[in-house]
Design a protein around this ligand. Structure first.
Ligand code: ACO
Length: 428
């Protein structure tokens, strides 16, 4: 039997508290501080650098070693040998499906790909030039107004059906957001297509032309979806868990996750990385641009990660995918890609980046791949949201199914005014 291990916290006033030490199956031990508040002591950890907010069995990251596992399976193996819907099944259910389970899961997802017809009209309330992420936040949140029959979060069947609905409908909504922005007619999903194939079809097909998806490009998009499917307790996932901890319905929770993903420090990074490459414009300007980064005038977008202080394992897969896509499209001499490679070479050999442990992250390459696939930059974060939906649902479901979650409520270190008396307006 495992020995009870404790850490002792001694305050400068002589008080001392014993805190249990917990171990996971992988990763560092953690000190359980959750009872400290009862003693009137709080810890201070802004941005959660040192705080685990939950236990989870879904995803494991070792940022120093550059490892990412979904349910124990290394991301490289999944990206190479699996497909996105199989990964969805794995994240949701904990195990890889057998052939029958896989076929049944795919059938269920496929049978939910259409959205309620009223949602089509919901779109016309948005300005044509609305950012597709703004549309995603609104329309995904609005799904809760359409599916009242599955909103009992304590009912596992309701949670299952909500998960399937979200997984199936988010690509349809994403493609509609793109079509609405460009002024083209919405394309209904075609269920003979696979998940990524269907997303490409709904984004790029028109009623006027036959659309034949290119399997190399479909595989690249499927890989992007796999690589972004989950990433343990990142900002958007923590947002989903926090929203869900109050008992909010899953559609509203996922909508809050989409909002959190939108920022350039998170999901918006690949858009920012591609914009940065376009701003640099030419290989000859790389040295000067890197100097500006070192002088802290701006950051090198697509570099660095809160957790990975080594090569992001997703970046290695995406780099390879990038080569495959550019070869298929005969874009190997693509100027942006050459620029990216030069930037990567320069940054990786520069002491500033080595000392700060700044490596290219997945977004550095995914922007180039998405752009080569013909996806406009304002849709990059939307594609990320489509991929991450399954991670958000799986994490939300894990929290609700555990049955012992409490509403999330961080504390604060108050540094405002001390008590003072109200001053009537005339005396101010
Ligand atoms: N370029 C230059 N310097 C950087 C970069 C960067 N991209 N990232 C971090 N640094 C430097 C900081 O200036 C700081 O330097 P200092 O210690 O000399 O002051 C040091 O590294 C630590 O920076 P923090 O911001 O404290 O590190 P944190 O772990 O909070 O940052 C983040 C992580 C936000 C991802 C950061 O690396 C960044 O802004 N990167 C660019 C945006 C990006 O690519 N985001 C994608 C994340 S991946 C994803 O969401 C899928």
């Amino acid at each position: 039997m495992e020995k009870n291990r404790i850490a002792t916290l001694t305050m400068d006033d002589g008080r001392s508290v014993e805190l249990p030490i917990m171990s996971g199956t992988l990763g560092p031990d953690v000190i359980d501080i959750h009872n400290l508040g009862k003693l009137g002591i709080f810890t201070y950890d802004p941005a959660f650098f040192s705080t685990a907010s939950c236990t989870s069995e879904i995803t494991f990251i070792d940022g120093d070693a550059g490892l990412l596992y979904y349910r124990g399976y290394p991301i490289e193996q999944l990206a190479e040998q699996s497909d996105f819907l199989e990964v969805c099944y794995l994240l949701l259910n904990g195990e890889l499906p057998d052939a029958g389970q896989k076929a049944e899961f795919n059938r269920k997802v496929t049978s939910h790909t259409m959205v309620h017809d009223q949602i089509t009209r919901f779109f016309s309330g948005f300005r044509r030039d609305a950012h597709p992420m703004a549309v995603m936040v609104g329309v995904v949140g609005a799904l809760s107004a359409f599916y009242h029959d599955s909103l009992d979060i304590n009912n596992p069947e309701h949670r299952d059906i909500s998960a399937l609905r979200m997984l199936a409908k988010v690509p349809t909504i994403a493609a509609m957001a793109h079509k609405y922005y460009t002024g083209a007619p919405f394309m209904f999903p075609k269920n003979k297509f696979g998940y990524a194939e269907n997303l490409m079809y709904m984004m790029f097909a028109t009623p006027a032309e036959e659309y034949i998806p290119n399997p190399v490009l479909v595989r690249a998009l499927d890989r992007i979806l796999i690589l972004h499917a989950d990433h343990e307790q990142n900002a958007s996932t923590s947002t989903v868990r926090l929203a869900g901890s109050s008992g909010a319905n899953p559609f509203a929770c996922i909508s809050s996750g989409i909002a959190a993903l939108w920022g350039p420090a998170h999901g918006g990074a690949n858009e920012a990385a591609l914009n940065m490459l376009m701003e640099i414009g030419d290989v000859s300007r790389v040295k000067e641009y890197v100097q500006g980064v070192k002088d802290k005038k701006y950051r090198l977008m697509g570099f660095g990660h809160r957790v990975y202080k080594n090569m992001d394992p997703r970046a290695s897969v995406m780099r390879q995918t990038c080569h495959e896509v550019l070869k298929e499209l005969k874009l190997e001499n693509n100027k942006l890609f050459e620029l990216a490679m030069e930037l990567e070479r320069t940054a990786l050999s520069d002491p500033y980046f080595i000392d700060h442990k700044l490596y290219p992250n997945v977004d550095f390459y995914s922007g180039i791949v998405l752009s080569a696939l013909g996806i406009p930059t304002n849709m990059f974060t939307v594609i990320f949201a489509v991929a991450r939906t399954i991670g958000w649902i799986s994490q939300w479901n894990e929290m609700i199914a555990s049955g012992d979650h409490k509403i999330g409520r961080p504390r604060q270190l108050y540094r405002g005014a001390v008590k003072r008396d109200y001053v009537p307006e005339k005396k101010r």
